[in-house]
Design a protein around this ligand. Sequence first.
Ligand SMILES: CC(C)(COP(=O)(O)OP(=O)(O)OC[C@H]1O[C@@H](n2cnc3c(N)ncnc32)[C@H](O)[C@@H]1OP(=O)(O)O)[C@@H](O)C(=O)NCCC(=O)NCCS
Length: 153
Amino acid sequence: MRVDIRPAIYSDIPALAEIKQLARNDSTDPNSAAFGAEVRYLTAFLDERQSVFVQLTDRVPMAFCTVRERTIKPFIGYAYIKDLYVHPNWQNKGFGKKLLMHTLRTMRTKGYLNAMLETAEDNTAARGFYEKFGFVRRDIGGSSGYVTYTIDF
Ligand SMILES: CC(C)(COP(=O)(O)OP(=O)(O)OC[C@H]1O[C@@H](n2cnc3c(N)ncnc32)[C@H](O)[C@@H]1OP(=O)(O)O)[C@@H](O)C(=O)NCCC(=O)NCCS
């Protein structure tokens, strides 16, 4: 099996939206409003030249990570991990960790010194994953129901 990680291109977007919808147990019907919203959201990342990394097994996308610069206090200038989604068939096999490591290394080479992310308080699996990775919970009174994590490079 061949595993690659590369910057996403526009033609990846339907596959990335499908991965996200599957990972969230949401509709993968391309005609659904939720799917269309994801396609527009991901397209905006590429339009704005923000970073989207796609991980492929045997050339088929199976995970992706989006990141942009944080512009809101108190984490101005942090690399902001917005999405990290692994296709359900490929979870718990080390791919999420590998993709996140690649993303953070790339952001470090671009001059970033820290990263942050937000995840739902009740997403205990993701919180366990990020904490094991080395992210530290920061209680900053963010959005209700969400937890903020940071990591220094
Ligand atoms: C969360 C997610 C990105 C993790 O990716 P993954 O490929 O499944 O995780 P990995 O196999 O790379 O796990 C890496 C490490 O985290 C650990 N880990 C995974 N889930 C964990 C949990 N619930 N609690 C504690 N540790 C956990 C693994 O044991 C592994 O440890 P190791 O390095 O000692 O072997 C992935 O499961 C996913 O896409 N989930 C659904 C979408 C989601 O919730 N995304 C985050 C939204 S912010």
